[in-house]
Design a protein around this ligand. Structure first.
Ligand SMILES: [Fe+2]
Length: 235
């Protein structure tokens, strides 16, 4: 008898599904191995699970849509079903630029619709850690998450079907569901969300309390205009 609740069991299953995915993609990007090493050093046994009250958000309909979008990828079957099952157990929070320096030019898209939940980290729903984050992150449709960087090395596991990324240059590239993106400490990155919401697993390996910095690019407004005028040509 473990004495854990059904809710804790669902959250635990989600964390395990994410770890299993990373284990089976160990050599794809550098950050996967670093993340798994860090996870292996933690005590992630069931009796360490926290019991944090769940928390809904004003973006619930978009979140449902985002989770629904994961269904189409066979690679992500397990994460999809565990996340669907645990969705209402989790504490979903908006970032009101808490992670950014005051006055940062984040743009309306990010401010209007961003959401995350922590599975491992401070105030997390699964396991506590002072200087590590593993969670799920969502952005609303037609959002440019403007170029930025941070001291925290960051791993993304893209769960949505298609998202655009660039890394300190003007060149954008689309990434499919199941793709992994590694942003080493200080490396700039930006994300483009098309007509469907963006959802991903994200990891911050360390330095989680150092703020993010926005890096100015001249094409932000043009890209935002394009995203907002896009029709069925983008998914
Ligand atoms: Fe980032």
């Amino acid at each position: 008898m473990t004495g854990i609740t059904d809710k804790q069991t669902r959250i635990y299953a989600l964390i395990q599904a994410i770890i299993r995915y990373l284990e089976s993609h160990r050599n794809e990007v550098e950050g996967v191995d670093l993340t798994l090493k860090k996870l292996a050093s933690m005590n992630l046994t069931e009796n360490q699970l926290l019991d944090v009250p769940s928390q809904d958000s004003r973006h619930n309909a978009i979140l449902n849509d985002a989770i629904d979008g994961i269904k189409v990828s066979p690679l992500l079957n397990e994460i999809y079903s565990c996340l669907s099952d645990a969705k209402n157990d989790l504490a979903w929070r908006e970032d009101n630029a808490k992670y950014y320096q005051e006055g940062s030019d984040l743009g309306e898209g990010y401010k209007n619709c961003n959401l995350h939940t922590l599975l491992i980290g401070p105030d997390a729903c699964g396991f506590h850690h002072d200087d590590f984050n593993l969670g799920v992150f969502m952005l609303g449709p037609r959002t440019l998450y403007r170029d930025h960087n941070h001291d925290a090395p960051e791993l993304y596991l893209n769960l949505s079907e298609k998202s655009g990324w660039r890394f300190g240059s003007d060149d954008w590239q689309d990434y499919p569901a199941g793709s992994l993106i590694w942003n080493a400490a200080g490396e700039p990155h930006a994300t483009k969300v098309y007509d469907h919401p963006f959802i991903s697993v994200f990891v911050w390996l360390e330095n989680i309390n150092s703020p993010c910095s926005v890096i100015h690019f001249n094409d932000w407004e043009e890209i935002e205009k394009e995203l907002n005028h896009s029709t069925s040509s983008s998914t």
